[in-house]
Design a protein around this ligand. Structure first.
Ligand code: TRP
Ligand code: SF4
Length: 405
């Protein structure tokens, strides 16, 4: 299924600033962002308002976390030359949009989002029976829709939020995209493309509407995207006319599921701050080395001469992430025959982790020494994000009859 016109091959994702990033974030999220930034028009932002929904009682840690997080991103290789990096609260249009979307969002939609109840259960010590927390996924919808993002790289736990975003977009288009004389406007818009293109568009539309021809749909979209002479509104009308609705003001985004990170923690469970088993990107090499040296191994290997089983050992999971076939064969053989000791077995992992962290930490130091540079990077990204957000808000306000002037 592809309901996102290629025009919207824009990628958007955000992260809540709730502490330093670790190798789990790096392997699970950041490496993915770094790849995407080469291919798409990427917007990555720090969701500080989202952090406030759960940390409203102790917000003082948020600002530091914001800058730490930006530095961790940059150090990991997220590149401000390729992607726009910004901070949610510096683009207040998100808040206005959230408010406007709240007008059309049925309460039940928000109450049914699984994370609403789950998180309340999980974070029992916090009172999350707040208006802001209920609206969390709607604020996220505003984040996404304000950039008309087509793709949203997220983990499994966020898919329901993107789903809600799609529903909200559909409802918005349904309510505000239906102009009384829509059909007429669409036909006039069609003419503006010129005879030849109008004819092509009609043919593709017919093929799609009458035979469900997906290629017809794609071809018509490509055609619309290549039109230089039609206005934004006309383009939206023609996108909408193609699928038989009204104007598509807010395109529906797709979740782009991030492969579950295979990054194990020091105890073999998934690496996560809540398990206390992380290696932070900024951990000192000596600390990292010590932590890896002391991490548990197969409990059957009490003495050096006891054979073990890599399948029962967290170190093996690190080898799965970091080692090539030859080293892995050496581990399998050496462990099961007690040919190697555990410390020996850990050495290639220690080397690999330290090697991976080295350039990241070097870059982090550079950015830490230049706070002005980091602020400028964010200021630049924010400016571009705001331009885009303001453009959408102009359209949204006018669709909602709010263009009083
Ligand atoms: N809710 C996301 C998380 O906890 C963060 C987030 C906020 C986000 N707004 C977003 C992610 C928009 C993707 C798109 O991870
Ligand atoms: Fe784990 Fe390696 Fe020790 Fe086997 S030899 S138990 S795989 S650390």
């Amino acid at each position: 299924m592809n309901t996102v016109p290629a025009q919207h091959a824009r990628v958007l994702s955000g992260m809540r600033p709730t502490g330093r990033l670790h190798l789990g974030h790096y392997h699970g999220v950041l490496k993915n962002w770094i790849e995407l930034q080469h291919e798409y028009d990427c917007y990555f932002f720090v969701a500080d308002w989202h952090a406030l929904t759960t940390h409203y009682e102790d917000p003082t840690i948020i600002p530091q976390s914001v800058w730490d997080m930006v530095i961790d991103w940059l150090a990991a290789g997220v590149n401000h030359g390729e992607a726009r990096l910004f901070i949610q609260s510096q683009v207040p249009e998100h808040a206005e949009f959230h408010l406007l979307l709240s007008m059309i969002t049925p309460l039940g939609w928000l109450e049914r989002v699984p994370s609403y109840k789950d998180q309340q259960e999980k974070l029992k010590e916090k009172d999350l029976a707040t208006y802001g927390f209920l609206g969390y996924p709607l604020l996220q919808a505003a984040d996404i829709l304000i950039y008309k993002a087509g793709m949203v790289p997220v983990g499994e736990d966020q898919v329901a939020h993107v789903e809600l975003t799609r529903e909200v977009a559909r409802r918005f288009n349904h309510i505000y995209g239906r102009e009384p004389n829509f059909e007429e406007l669409a036909k006039t818009a069609m003419k503006k493309m010129g005879k030849k293109n109008a004819k092509l568009y009609k043919r593709y539309r017919k093929a799609y509407q009458e035979q469900g021809d997906q290629e017809g749909l794609e071809a018509a979209r490509a055609l619309l995207e290549s039109q230089q002479n039609i206005t934004v509104n006309d383009r939206e009308r023609l996108f909408g006319y193609l699928e038989g609705s009204g104007r598509i003001i807010l395109p529906e985004p797709q979740p782009m599921l991030t492969k579950a990170s295979k990054m194990p923690g020091l105890d073999g469970q998934k690496m996560s701050k809540s398990y206390g088993n992380t290696i932070a990107l900024h951990d000192h090499p000596e600390v990292v080395e010590k932590e890896l040296r002391t991490m548990p191994t197969d409990t059957n290997r009490v003495r050096r001469k006891d054979p073990g089983d890599p399948a029962k050992c967290p170190v093996w999971q690190f080898h799965e992430v970091y080692s090539g076939e030859d080293v892995k064969a050496w581990v399998q053989q050496g462990c099961t025959t007690a040919g190697i000791g555990c410390l020996e077995c850990k050495q290639p992992v220690i080397d690999a982790v330290l090697n991976e962290l080295k350039p990241i930490q070097e870059r982090a130091v550079e950015f830490e020494q230049q706070p002005e540079l980091v602020r400028n990077i964010i200021a630049e990204g924010t400016e571009e994000a705001r331009d885009m957000a303001q453009e959408t808000m102009d359209e949204v306000r006018s669709a909602m009859s709010l263009n009083l002037r």
